[in-house]
Write a protein that binds this ligand. Structure first.
Ligand code: ATP
Ligand code: MG
Length: 811
């Protein structure tokens, strides 16, 4: 096995080649989507190995998901054979866990430390806030959790934060106290939260120079994919691992082996980072686009390589994506092009409702299968938020199209699975307070809040963990009944720990925990059908554990729990099984780095995508735009964009205007399969003065409607003075003139009548709405086609209505 170095350069363009062959100082590859960044990174690793510039053990490569890591390792293995196995290719979190499991002693952690997911850490924060007697309304634990996470990502520890806080600011002062309490409790529980994995590793490397040096000696090449989404802590981690001081890189050009800054005698590793500032979509998690924009400032000797040829998508798809991202201010312009040819046009579809949108997606997947041999596994459907998957699922189930939802209510977040995992964590780590408290009375074993409180109080007094307090319950002097119950629980746990120490596999320990605790028996005895599903999920968890042992016979319970803790959404993406595969449903965030022959981007409405909360904030809007760019650039051959005129969220139907991103798409790459919902056509006709897109433009004519018949556009309306704004994105009148399918008298007449009374609303006026009833206009914004009225419907709530679509009538 093994490929010649030369063959690793075959088929690459000159810039890609240069990136693969580069030696010396830091290398930044900055390029648009689909230009081969990940491929170059992979080939670069293989090339380093094939040319003998590096041994596999000297390579540390960071990817964004475990799945991407596995794929990269596999590809490198294909290229250079089994030695690839000793490379470290992993996510930031996995790499840190690996380092921390080896170096735990230096930090005073036991190697069995627990990893708290966000639910665990929120629960812990709740306990801490309760302990501090903080009013949850004024000082919400969830908000505190988020702030603490941000602080950790900025590498600000509790002491440092406390120093910056003035006592007169109650909120900040309490936050500082909660942060400290939270950190103490975590330590007591021998646990780390997700953010700690990174921050603690940084601390380890900074506080223990010998440890840092051993890793610097080891990793001579550090390569990072998706660099645009690293946060500050990750950024510093990379610098520490590569052995580059944060203040500057002091090595003379072309000489990486001498003159490294004191005190380390190890020269800096060769650092390669790859990213695209236009795809930075994790600012809300503390990622800073600055890391990539200022890389050259931070590393003055860095070589920067730009890649502009895209190998993934057709020109039409790229033209669309380029047009959307071009509107972001302050970006470095780049122009992606492809040699692939224009390909089919992007298909647009406007549905009446989210349900109908889903039906279009399902029908189209079916039709593509018949006409083009597209397999379910070729197709991905994206949405902005997880909640949007439900209606898609309903329709796909009914259509018999196999699919998988990636992310959302993840398997590991289900109650019964969390309970089972809590048992395992509590068994593996006797100090894991959050998980021990979770299962203390699950299933019910008559340990009430009072008893739990007594245990917590005792733990506090003795400065021991909650788990240790459980073991010493006899010293507390609880009432006999409570003591008896706690005693039984303590016995249960110690029996399970004995099983583990005797070499029980994760699956065996799991089975014993669920049996001996009575958890399974209780579910089995229940006649709630949900509980039957829960039993199935636990069986699935057993299968996961058994599979883990089969694939890694030396792996113990701690390893298994680590695997479980680090599954990311994208890791659940179905892999090719040789069959036709399944349609993948996921959020755009999860889709980063991936590609699919056919992509549907759904829910393109202002308020859905871009997200409602971004509409008033230019920075957030820029991030939404980058997200849209990521979405569009996942498609290889066919791209669909859809929206619903009315979307039901939390049971409330909302009328939403087209996404502003649709407006940016150049007309020549877009073909509307259906440009107006029938509802809009009928209602929209009402708003002639608002530049309605209702289809009575002066062009008249006819247009193919969604099911292929031709129907006349009704051309009687006069376009109001603001009609021009209705020609959104410069579409011609002709493409906008789409007639309603319903040519029956009632529909037509209704529409015609509606056109006649165009209300010019004023604040304070009384109106009626078909579904919401009587209301008062609270405020007005925008004009023309985007005029929006905020109307108070009393008990019906206050709604923001886009007048273009909304049949309100003045009283
Ligand atoms: P993203 O920004 O979405 O992460 P990327 O820049 O990492 O994209 P890759 O995923 O590496 O892009 O490449 C996109 C596609 O183009 C892949 O299918 C890859 O195999 C292919 N590709 C990259 N370079 C070449 C090349 N020189 N010749 C042929 N195909 C290529
Ligand atoms: Mg990539």
């Amino acid at each position: 096995t093994g490929r010649s170095a030369e063959s690793l350069l075959e088929g690459l363009n000159p810039q890609q080649r240069e990136a693969v062959e580069h030696t010396g100082g830091p290398l930044l590859i900055i390029a648009g989507a689909g230009s081969g960044k990940t491929r170059v990174l992979t080939n670069r690793i293989a090339h380093l190995l094939a040319t003998g510039q590096a041994r596999p053990g000297e390579i540390l490569a960071i990817t964004f998901t475990n799945k991407a890591a596995a794929e990269m390792r596999e590809r490198v293995e294909e290229l250079v054979g089994p030695p690839a196995r000793s490379m470290w290719v992993s996510t930031f979190h996995s790499a840190c866990v690996r380092i921390l499991r080896r170096e735990h002693a230096a930090l005073g952690l036991r190697s069995s430390f627990s990893i708290y997911d966000s639910a665990d850490s929120q629960r812990l924060m709740q306990l801490v806030c309760r302990g501090l007697d903080l009013d949850p309304k004024r000082f919400p634990p969830k908000a505190f959790s988020k702030r603490v996470s941000d602080l950790k990502n900025e590498l600000i520890d509790p002491d440092e934060f406390a120093r910056t806080v003035s006592e007169s600011n109650a909120y900040e002062a309490n936050l500082a106290a909660a942060y400290r309490g939270y950190a103490d409790r975590l330590r007591q529980a021998n646990a780390l939260d997700f953010d700690d994995l990174i921050a603690t590793t940084v601390h380890l490397l900074q506080a223990f120079p010998a440890v840092a040096e051993s890793y610097r000696r080891r990793f001579r090449h550090v390569l990072v994919d998706e660099y645009q989404d690293t946060n500050h802590a990750q950024y510093v981690l990379v610098k520490e691992l590569a052995g580059v001081s944060t203040t500057g890189w002091e090595v003379p050009e072309g000489d990486a082996t001498h003159g490294a800054p004191e005190p380390s005698v190890v020269p800096p590793a060769q650092l390669t980072v790859v990213g695209d500032a236009d795809q930075s979509i994790y600012a809300f998690r503390g990622a800073t686009i600055r890391n990539i924009l200022e890389f050259e400032e931070d590393y003055p000797q860095a070589r920067t390589i730009l890649l502009e040829q895209n190998y993934r998508s057709t020109q039409n798809i790229l033209t669309a994506a380029n047009a959307v991202i071009a509107r972001n201010p302050g970006r470095r312009a780049k122009n992606l092009w492809t040699a692939e040819g224009s390909g089919p046009k992007i298909i647009g579809y406007v549905a009446d409702s989210d349900h109908e949108e889903s039906r279009f997606v399902a029908d189209e997947i079916d039709a593509l299968g018949d006409s083009d041999g597209v397999k379910p596994g070729d197709v991905a459907v994206f949405y902005r938020t997880n909640a949007q998957s439900r209606s898609l699922e309903e329709v796909l189930v009914r259509s018999g199209i196999p699919y998988k939802v990636v992310g959302g209510t993840r398997f590991y977040e289900r109650r019964e699975v969390k309970d089972a995992i809590a048992y395992l964590r509590a068994i593996a780590n006797p100090d894991d307070s959050v998980n021990i408290r979770r299962i203390l009375n699950v299933p019910k074993r008559a340990i009430g809040d009072r008893t739990e409180g007594a245990l917590a109080w005792f733990a506090e007094r003795e400065r021991i963990s909650f788990g240790a307090a459980v073991e010493r319950y006899e010293e507390i002097g609880m009432p006999a009944r409570a003591a008896g119950a706690v005693g039984e629980f303590a016995e249960l746990m110690s029996g399970l720990r004995e099983l583990l120490e005797a070499g029980g596999s994760p699956a065996e320990v799991l089975d014993a925990a669920l049996d001996r605790s009575g958890y399974l028996a209780e579910l089995r005895a229940s006649d709630d059908p949900q509980d039957a599903t829960r039993v199935e999920n636990l069986a699935e968890l057993h299968a996961v554990a058994a599979e883990f042992t089969a694939s890694d016979p030396d792996g113990d319970l701690v390893d298994f729990l680590e695997r479980v803790a680090l599954v990311a959404d994208a890791d659940q993406i179905p892999t090719e099984d040789g069959g036709d595969g399944v349609v993948t449903l996921m959020t755009v965030h999860t889709a980063k780095g991936l590609e699919f022959p056919v992509v549907f981007v759904t829910g393109l409405e202002d308020g859905t995508f871009p997200h409602q909360r971004s509409l008033a904030d230019p920075d957030q809007l820029s991030e939404e735009r980058r997200l849209a760019y990521v979405a569009l650039t996942r498609a290889r051959h066919r791209l669909y964009i859809t929206r619903a005129a009315v979307r039901t969220a939390f049971g409330v139907p909302n009328e939403l205007p087209a996404s502003r991103f649709i407006d940016d798409l150049p007309t020549e790459v877009l073909e509307w399969r259906r440009e107006e919902s029938s509802m809009q056509t009928l209602r929209g006709g009402w708003g002639g003065g608002y530049g309605s897109r209702g289809g009575y433009g002066s062009g008249g004519g006819s247009r193919r409607s969604d099911d292929g018949d031709f129907s006349p556009a009704y051309g009687s309306g006069t376009r109001g003075e603001s009609g021009g704004t209705g020609a959104r994105g410069g579409r011609s009148d002709l493409t906008r003139s789409f007639g309603p399918r319903r040519t029956d008298a009632s529909g037509g007449a209704g529409a015609a009548k509606a056109q006649a009374d165009v209300p010019t609303l004023a604040v304070g006026e009384r109106v009626t709405h078909d579904s919401y009833g009587l209301g008062t206009v609270v405020s007005l914004e925008g004009s023309g086609s985007s005029a929006v009225a905020k109307i108070d419907f009393g008990s019906g709530g206050t709604k923001r209505l886009l007048l273009r679509y909304s049949p309100v009538t003045k009283l």
